[in-house]
Design a protein around this ligand. Structure first.
Ligand code: AMP
Length: 284
């Protein structure tokens, strides 16, 4: 596995891969790698891509500085996970090269409206502008044929697709299903902050998503089912919504078809995300 940190080396590597006629698959991460990240590496590998993973803890997507500071930094362990899961090239860009003006505000940014403002965007102002900006830079330096994102961060996918469309990035966005632990909890670096009891309690989130996958005729019934399960388990609901797959606008009760159930809830202060596909039956 190649290991780079400078933009020059990283760019050279990717252009040599392209020149040799192979495809580069980019997998952006913030580190603290687990099986969810590994599933993205495996998917890129199975598509025949040369897998280029990045680990960059991006400060400009954190609205609260203490969250950035508390984020796990486990470079040695991450390198082992990347190596064991078929990553061909691991890039650990430096903060100095990614955001040369940090901690001053970055003068050049990707900003967005619409999909970035709702759900996660409401409680975390500027978060998705930070995400879009860093992904734009990773795409620009790497020039991948495909880039891989997990459905665990469903809104992030909508934001990236919007940016790729609007700025005409020449890349295919590939999405991967959510990886879960034995109790059904979506894997996340934040799960380590849960006590064993809270971990069991957090099952209510995937159970609420599953309850929304029942065949019913209106979105408000699905919302009600999700919220009832979350409240019964004592979870603090940030949102529990049924939304359009692309615009992320809430479904109204006159609509039928395919939507997304999407939840963020706090269990003892730990913010957990989950989502899943739902279908609302047409009324007869
Ligand atoms: P992060 O390091 O949290 O920025 O995540 C990097 C990528 O891994 C993102 O595309 C995430 O959606 C994806 N990812 C994180 N957790 C999971 C999971 N449990 N299942 C699938 N993909 C995941």
């Amino acid at each position: 596995m190649e290991l780079f940190s400078s933009i020059a080396d990283w760019r050279n590597y990717a252009s040599e891969v392209r020149a040799s006629g192979r495809r580069v698959g980019l997998v952006p991460t913030m580190g603290a790698l687990h099986e969810g990240h590994a599933s993205l590496f495996e998917k890129a590998k199975s598509n025949g891509d040369v897998v280029l993973a990045t680990i960059f803890l991006n400060p400009i997507q954190f609205s609260v500085k203490s969250d950035y500071e508390a984020y796990p930094r486990v470079a040695e362990a991450d390198r082992a996970v990347a190596l064991a899961n078929g990553v061909d090239c691991l890039v650990e860009p430096t903060l100095e090269e990614m955001w040369p003006d940090y901690p001053e505000a970055t003068p050049t940014k990707v900003t967005m409206k619409g999909v970035s403002d709702t759900l996660e965007g409401e409680g975390r102002p500027g978060h998705f502008n930070g995400v879009a900006s860093v992904v734009a830079k990773l795409l620009t330096v790497t020039g991948p044929c495909r880039a891989y994102f997990g459905e665990k961060d469903f809104q992030q996918i909508a934001v990236i697709r919007q940016m790729v469309r609007d700025l005409a990035f020449d890349v295919e966005i590939v999405t991967c299903a959510i990886k879960r632990d034995a109790e059904g909890l979506a894997l996340s670096s934040r799960n380590a902050r849960l006590s064993p009891e809270d971990h069991t309690r957090a099952k209510c989130i995937s159970q609420a998503i599953a309850a929304a996958q029942a065949e019913v005729e209106c979105a408000s019934e699905l919302r009600h089912r999700m919220r009832t399960i979350l409240r019964a388990a004592g979870a603090e609901i940030v949102y529990a919504e049924i939304v359009d797959n692309v615009t992320l606008r809430p479904a109204d009760d006159s609509q039928a078809g395919d939507f997304r159930a999407i939840i963020t809830a706090k269990i003892d202060g730990v913010r957990l995300l989950d989502n899943g596909p739902v279908t609302i039956k047409a009324k007869n």
